[in-house]
Write a protein that binds this ligand. Structure first.
Ligand code: PLP
Length: 403
């Protein structure tokens, strides 16, 4: 041991729970792309995990109104009462649930909701089941909380989680299962009947469930948005829903999301939040209220646009030698298999491919290994069709170049 950890930590004696965490690998790509851009190169950014649309005007207007009215003070830690009520009502009306405002808390993005949820539940020695590929942040928070990540590979079933897969992996120490449908990075959706079987099984084994529904609104026909809120009340006893305004209303920078679930769990989460960020930003809460209760046309517009891009990109990627791309059912990512391309170009890992595509083609995308699955890459199509077309042209050129 000695003082080695101090050297590795650059001289700062970071706490072990933090030393074990890794910085966000998706942010690393963005930073590398930024450096190339600063050097005058035209980088095509397919790495971003956020909508390329501006926040709708009526939502911005609500924030301006809140400012004008000096709505600029602390709010209750769990969020303003009107917003908590609107979130509960929104789920109840659409999915037939019976949530009360006390079962809702507003957070600084879905990410803070997930953080609050995991640190209130997980103790050292607890297992947390995470289907892979997974959103990069899940295992990092589990590590921070001292839990052990147990991954469930879904690759063999085209990235669709089943109750059988969960059953085979459930360990005696499993305390939490994290579901994310539609999924970041694969865009796959768990059908409602399978979702219910998975939750039933988790509950039978005394396991809690987080249902990360940040991409709920972005599913493509014939699929329709679904939620854990539509489960019977008895099944929701140990289920926490996480939602976000970031993707649905193009509000990533506002940092506003929510958690809905068992009141006892929410109460503990509010305690954590009250001693960390105190409350989500006051004016962002007013904007979120308008987002939920105002016109919804912008959501339908974005969905149509994402679908056009998805349809183009899936077909175009399948024309690139060495790439095989399944059609995602939701979110705004594709997660194609690039093993043949890697083999043909003498690239060993998806991380190496990520670096080479950035350096040789100025395409920023994210290695599959970041999401726990080698041999794949994630491309975000939250960007213009023009950029997507150019990216595919460059990929074809890369595929045809000699190894
Ligand atoms: N969950 C998933 C699967 C995500 O991809 C993201 C953001 O990329 C989030 C949660 C958190 O989003 P936010 O904190 O902006 O609401």
């Amino acid at each position: 041991m000695g003082d080695e950890w101090m050297v590795n930590g650059g001289g700062f004696p970071a706490a072990e729970r933090v030393r074990l965490m890794e910085a966000s690998s998706t942010l690393a790509v963005l930073q590398a792309a930024e450096r190339l851009r600063a050097a005058g190169q035209r980088v095509l950014d397919l790495g971003a995990g956020e909508p390329d649309f501006p926040t709708p005007e009526h939502i911005k207007e609500a924030a301006r109104r809140a400012l004008a009215e000096n709505f600029t003070r602390y709010t209750p830690a769990a969020g303003i009462a009107e917003l908590r009520a609107a979130i509960a009502r929104g789920l109840n009306e659409r999915f037939g649930s019976t949530y009360t405002p006390e079962q809702v808390m507003v957070t600084a993005g879905g990410k803070q909701a997930i953080f609050n949820a995991i640190v209130t539940l997980i103790e050292p020695g607890d297992d947390v089941l995470i289907p892979a590929p997974y959103w990069v942040t899940f295992p990092q928070i589990v590590t921070f909380a001292g839990g052990r990540n147990v991954f469930i590979s879904t690759e063999a079933n085209a990235f669709h989680l089943t109750a059988e897969m969960v059953g085979e992996t459930l360990t005696p120490r499993a305390k939490l299962l994290i579901l994310n449908s539609p999924s970041n990075p694969t865009g796959s959706v768990i059908p409602p009947t399978e979702f219910r079987r998975i939750v039933e099984l988790a509950l039978e084994r005394g396991c809690y469930v987080i249902s990360d529904e940040c991409y709920r609104e972005f599913v493509y026909p014939p699929h329709v948005p679904s939620s854990a809120a539509s489960l019977p009340e008895a099944l929701r006893e140990r289920v926490l829903i996480v939602g976000s305004f970031s993707k649905t209303y193009a509000m990533t920078g506002w940092r506003i999301g929510y958690a809905v679930g068992p009141q006892a769990w929410i109460r503990e989460m509010i305690k954590v939040q009250s001693h960390s960020t105190s409350n989500p930003t006051s004016i962002a809460q007013k904007a979120a209220l308008e987002a939920l209760t105002g016109p919804q046309e912008s959501v339908a517009h974005m969905l149509r646009e994402y679908q056009r891009r998805r349809d183009f990109l899936v077909e175009a990627l399948n024309s690139v030698p060495g790439i095989r791309c399944a059609e995602p059912e939701g979110a705004f990512y594709v997660f194609p298999n690039v093993r043949d391309l890697m083999r043909a170009r003498g690239v060993r890992t998806s991380r190496d491919l990520e670096v080479r595509l950035l350096e040789e083609c100025q395409i920023a995308l994210t290695a599959g290994v970041s999401f726990g699955t080698e041999g794949y890459v994630r491309l975000s199509y939250a960007t213009s069709l023009g950029v997507l077309r150019e990216a595919v042209t460059r990929l074809i050129r890369f595929a045809h170049a000699r190894a």
